[in-house]
Design a binder for this molecule. Structure first.
Ligand code: SIN
Length: 346
């Protein structure tokens, strides 16, 4: 008999005794995305709940004892920083309350999955794995990837070898560190890559294989954080005049990440806007728009290690650097301290 129990939002989980079994206990937190969508290309997309999602993969019964909750059912472009705080707390609270849980699976739209996953990675202290998965093809599509991704995500979340690896992304059998993974194709099922560091491991048919440990990370305590500071991303391009940066500052940005050209080169007029922002106390972090490679943390695009005018992202892509900067700004607005935080997360 299937051992799924579905809970709405944050209600007391596992109210009944779970019989001792050898299958690991995995909890699913569903947030929406294409994996939970139908009629995706019709302009009138439908949604399916986590109960329907799990019923489509009856094989899950043989590998895990499942419980589930519908946290949200939205496209991931609609996820907000407030959702991140609530999702992270929900997962931490669930893990804290249930020692018998092996791990958590989060289903999520792929568009902003890498940002949510990295936020969870930076805010969940528990050693048990959190595996974020989704699908590139809708639930009623042909040759769909959602069921296989969900199945493999549950396998990874239930694997003891997945402990102490933080939050991971699983699609297309590939296990990627939340910190390193990025959506690098808008359509194909193998959309996620970790261009600079490579994958963490694979969900092979026989077993879960890890090739390496994830990089260093500092976990932030968000228990007293009710709102994340505003951080925007400015894109560099030929002729960029910095009006985006001036507008972000006027809108109240406490930090700005520049997706700069090459190894952190910012066009002259945009660079002047960076200097204006820094003069107003805004922290500016400079990364690369190239999709891979590093901008050294210590000196950023200009300045020196002792007086950094900007901070480099290291090998974090701009959207990951934004997540880290938002969290760093909950602790300090001192640019040297923030540079240390970026260094500690390389
Ligand atoms: C979304 O991110 O919600 C839509 C795209 C997807 O899930 O693949």
């Amino acid at each position: 008999m299937r051992s799924l129990r579905l809970f709405a939002a944050v209600v007391p989980l596992f109210p009944t005794v779970v019989l001792a079994q050898s299958r690991p206990h995995v909890h699913i937190v569903a947030t929406g995305g294409t994996i939970a969508s139908t009629n995706y290309y019709s302009g009138r997309a439908g949604k399916i709940g986590v109960d329907v999602l799990l019923k489509a993969v009856p094989q899950l019964d043989s590998i895990a004892i499942l419980s589930a909750q519908q946290f949200a059912n939205i496209a991931s472009s609609g996820i907000t920083p407030t959702n991140w705080l609530a999702l992270s707390r929900t997962i931490s609270d669930t893990l804290r309350a249930h020692n018998d849980l092996a791990g958590i699976v989060v289903t999520h739209g792929t568009d902003t999955m890498e940002e949510t996953a990295y936020f969870l990675d930076l805010t969940i202290k528990d050693p048990r794995p959190v595996v974020v998965t989704g699908a590139m093809r809708p639930a009623d599509g042909i040759g769909i990837d959602g069921p296989a991704n969900l199945y493999n995500a549950v396998r990874v979340a239930g694997a003891s070898s997945a402990r102490d690896r933080g939050t991971m992304i699983l699609l297309n059998d590939e296990i990627l560190a939340a910190r390193d993974a990025t959506k690098s194709n808008a359509v194909r099922p193998n959309a996620f890559t970790a261009p600079y560091r490579g994958d963490l491991g694979l969900a092979e048919p026989e077993n879960i294989v890890f090739h390496r440990a994830p990089g260093r990370r500092a976990v932030f305590d968000i228990s007293a954080v009710h709102e994340l500071p505003r951080v925007d991303i400015a894109y560099s391009y030929v002729g960029a005049d910095g009006s985006d940066i001036d507008a972000f500052v006027a809108a109240g940005a406490k930090g700005i990440v520049v997706a700069a050209t090459g190894r952190g080169s910012v066009p002259p007029l945009q660079r002047q806007a960076v200097e204006r922002a820094i003069a107003k106390g805004v922290i500016v972090v400079v990364g690369t728009r190239t999709g891979s490679g590093t901008v050294p943390v210590g000196a950023g695009a200009r300045g020196s290690a002792s007086t950094p005018s900007t901070i480099g992202t290291g090998d974090l892509n701009p959207q990951k650097a934004r997540v880290l900067l938002m969290l760093a700004l909950t602790k300090t607005s001192d640019s040297r301290e923030i540079a240390k935080i970026f260094q500690a997360n390389q």
